[in-house]
Design a protein around this ligand. Structure first.
Ligand SMILES: [Zn+2]
Length: 495
């Protein structure tokens, strides 16, 4: 099934798939599809997880970039699109295809990434880079990640702008020809606004039936309260390349809304400051939907909610402007002129100055700020001010990366260092499970089961090894005869 030939060296009569990233891990998504008439990439994501992962982004996959027919982007999360800005340097001059909302988001994501890369260089030079680590208890102690060399600039604004000019949006469900005999189309993935699964149809010479491949991208939960449900292809795919982020997890059926409302109620009564680490696209909007419900139920009772992320504010506007991508009940609200993610207590903070102004707020409040892993961004500054205050709370709602501050706080850190200040953890730390943009194992299996026919072959990507292994066993039990867990660079022959 596999051979050791680098993808760009092979000459083929069939269709091959190569994972160049997210193979046994959750970042760096990049899959190459090779047909007799065209090669193209689906996603060109960044490897994430701290300074030690950064150099991996400079190691390019063995892809002949100038000859690619297209680069297709499933959605605007950095682990799927974070290296697009490098394409201009790699002499790629084809189209970058994505859905309309993703085409609106990508310029902002790429330009702010270019700014962030430059900022990191300045912070490194000036010795002002944000830092955090766990000081106690002993079993959780972490070291401040040491940079052995200056931060890497993968691309500049100029490079990003060159790629932005290559963006082309394609409506969901519409076939787009990218080369002779090769067509692609997008299906709702119910993960974040604009997210898509990608169906590839390849008509091989002399074959009566086209080869169909479905690349899941990131798959959202099946009963997503915010986004429209998934779409499945009409033709049975020969191969499904499928994410496995939560392949080993099953979220309990306990209603997260009640737990969330209880925390908000306690915060309002106790005049507590609740810090909620979040990501700008997806997690922020899921939390805003919960907060909007809390507001309508009178639970917030005027307690201010600060959304401390210009990117999250812009992404939230995009949700309201694309009602057809939202769950039907939310769609109906939009049609009545109600913004489902807006409520009277919500305040958007668009600058550092506005962010610093809420340091003086002494009443109960909720602060949504990035990063969701608590390793960078404004949440670090908010944590430094609040983590040693008993009337503060930290509410964690998603997966925390091992070794980073959020992970340590989730697992009982009692003393931490944030931006040089050693602090006792006196804030209460809560966790609500299931506020995830990713399907759990049950939903991933059900998503696969709802294909017109079970595929003969499934390739699992975008999951840690343990998650991939667990999902592989379940997919085999479902009746799929060939479940592959390739490493990066291995070629998979489809037809
Ligand atoms: Zn994603």
């Amino acid at each position: 099934m596999f051979d050791g030939t680098p993808a760009h060296m092979s000459s083929i009569g069939g269709v091959r798939v190569v994972l160049h990233g997210a193979a046994g891990e959750v970042t760096g998504s990049c899959t190459e599809i090779i047909t007799p008439t065209a090669r193209f990439l689906v996603d060109f994501g960044m490897f994430q997880g701290g300074p030690e992962q950064e150099p991996r982004n400079t190691v390019l996959p063995p892809v002949d970039f100038p000859s690619l027919a297209a680069v297709i982007v499933t959605h605007a999360h950095v682990d799927h699109c974070g290296r697009l800005g490098m394409l201009a340097k790699l002499a790629f001059d084809g189209p970058v295809l994505c859905t309309e909302p993703t085409a609106e988001l990508l310029p902002r994501v790429m330009l702010s990434s270019a700014t962030l890369q430059q900022t990191r260089v300045h912070e490194y030079r000036d010795g002002t880079a944000p830092t955090s680590r766990i000081l106690a208890p002993q079993n959780l102690v972490t070291a401040i990640p040491i940079r052995k060399s200056p931060p890497i600039v993968l691309f500049t604004h100029r490079h990003a702008e060159a790629v932005i000019r290559r963006l082309r949006s394609v409506p969901y469900q519409c076939w787009e020809r990218i080369a002779e005999g090769v067509d692609v189309r997008f299906h709702f993935a119910s993960h974040v606004i604009g997210a898509a699964s990608v169906e590839v149809r390849v008509q091989l010479p002399g074959r009566s039936k086209a080869v169909h491949i479905l690349l899941s991208g990131d798959v959202g939960p099946l009963s997503n309260p915010l986004l429209a449900p998934h779409q499945w292809p009409q033709d049975a795919p020969d191969l499904v390349v499928m994410e496995s982020t939560n392949g080993a997890r099953r979220f309990s059926a306990v209603d997260r809304t009640e737990a969330f409302f209880n925390i908000m109620e306690q915060a309002r009564r106790g005049q507590q400051r609740v810090l909620v680490p979040t990501f700008a696209l997806g997690r922020a909007q899921t939390l805003l939907q919960l907060l909007a419900s809390a507001s309508r139920a009178g639970i917030l009772g005027g307690m201010p909610v600060y959304l401390d992320s210009a990117m999250a504010v812009r992404a939230t506007e995009l949700y309201a402007r694309n009602p057809s991508e939202l769950a039907s009940s939310i769609h109906a609200e939009c049609m009545r002129g109600v913004n489902p993610l807006h409520f009277p207590e919500l305040h958007a903070l668009m600058s550092r100055r506005e962010s610093e102004a809420i340091d003086r707020v002494s009443s109960g409040c909720v602060v949504l700020a990035g990063s969701g892993f608590c390793d960078a961004g404004p949440i670090l500054r908010h944590l430094r001010l609040a983590i040693d205050q008993p009337d503060s709370r930290l509410l964690l709602t998603g997966h925390q990366l091992d070794g980073l501050l959020g992970h340590g706080l989730l697992h009982g850190a009692t003393r931490v260092e944030i931006n040089g200040a050693a602090l006792d953890v006196k804030a209460r730390v809560d966790r609500i499970e299931g506020v995830s943009g990713h399907a759990d194992a049950n939903d991933l299996l059900e998503w696969l089961r709802r294909m017109p026919e079970l595929p003969k072959m499934v390739v699992l990507n975008h999951g840690a090894e343990q998650a991939r292994d667990a999902l592989a066993a379940d997919v085999r039990a479902l009746g799929v005869s060939s479940v592959l867990l390739p490493s990066a660079g291995q070629q998979i022959e489809v037809a």
